[in-house]
Design a protein around this ligand. Structure first.
Ligand SMILES: [Zn+2]
Ligand SMILES: [Zn+2]
Length: 297
């Protein structure tokens, strides 16, 4: 917020614009350590992930160690769907990996799906804090992580990416009160260095679906088919669209959104999610363990 401060001599033409935030920041720099200890003393709270007492006042009730545990995916990834590719020469990264078997068998509708981190540990907990415990400041944290990932996107012509959060059905939106994908997309767009336009209206979820957890890939596709529709094709026609969601599980949701967007005339559809379910872990002791994780609704 900015306010205009007039000089004490009453010369109203020589107005100076003073940022309230800049003054606030200076004061905060002096008072912060004091405020933090007073906060910890007055409002003892625990980190919502590891339960250790929080030592600093923050809008996100997560300690620094847990925040630092949210890290990007490493290793060789499928250049299409982002699934981890296991190589026989462990420890060696394939600089230019081929698409995974799944993508080779049936190329998805989207051009590429990128994700920031693996859907596990602190990142999974933070996403759950947002979605199920309504800790809204988590969206800003997650959006910040996602914005770093968006730098991998290819260049696009003017007017830039059309950013479309995966929509919730109206009933689900009323129930939850917010669409987590939209909050994350907004937070990411704020930090995105390229030109982007956020559009939360052009894609709608017109049909309710049953939770995807426990369904086979085929059942998921049947469940999601026809769930989405493009409301206004003129906004997507000829555009490069970036779908944003919180979690990429099997890609069924993203693929179906991409399909209807392309049918409505979108030039290319990319997808970016904060987290991705990875079937294979890079560590030798975890290779071969398949994780069963429910699709994010
Ligand atoms: Zn913690
Ligand atoms: Zn793939």
């Amino acid at each position: 917020m900015r306010e205009v401060v007039f000089s004490s001599r009453g010369d109203e033409t020589r107005a100076t614009v003073v940022s309230r935030e800049s003054v606030g920041l200076t004061i905060a720099a002096y008072l912060r350590p004091l405020a933090d200890s007073a906060f910890a003393l007055l409002f003892p709270a625990d980190c919502r992930i590891c339960r250790e007492p929080l030592l600093r006042a923050s809008r996100l009730p997560v300690c620094q160690d847990c925040c630092d545990a949210v890290v990007p995916i490493e290793g060789s990834l499928c250049p299409v769907c982002g699934e981890r590719i296991l190589t026989f020469s462990r420890g060696e990264l394939d600089a230019d990996p081929e698409p995974c078997g799944q993508c080779r068998r049936a190329a998805p509708a989207y051009s590429q799906a990128i994700a920031y981190g693996a859907f596990e540990d602190a990142l999974r907990e933070t996403i759950h804090l947002l979605k199920y415990d309504r800790v809204l400041p988590a969206a800003d944290f997650l959006g910040g992580k996602l914005s770093a990932t968006l730098l991998q996107l290819p260049a696009t012509d003017s007017p830039g990416w059309l950013v479309v959060p995966v929509p919730l059905h109206a009933r689900k939106l009323r129930q939850r009160g917010f669409n987590q994908s939209e909050l994350i997309a907004r937070a990411a767009c704020k930090r995105f260095p390229m030109a982007v336009q956020l559009n939360t209206k052009c894609l709608v979820r017109q049909r309710e679906t049953i939770p995807q957890a426990g369904l086979t890939r085929h059942q998921r596709r049947e469940n999601i088919r026809g769930a989405f529709a493009v409301r206004d094709a003129t906004t997507v026609r000829g555009r490069d669209v970036l779908l944003v969601d919180d979690v990429f599980t099997t890609g069924t949701t993203i693929s179906e959104c991409a399909r209807v967007l392309l049918r409505a005339g979108a030039a290319r559809v990319y997808a970016a999610t904060v987290a991705r379910v990875l079937k294979a872990a890079p560590k030798a002791d975890r290779i071969g363990t398949e994780k069963q994780v429910g699709e994010a609704a």
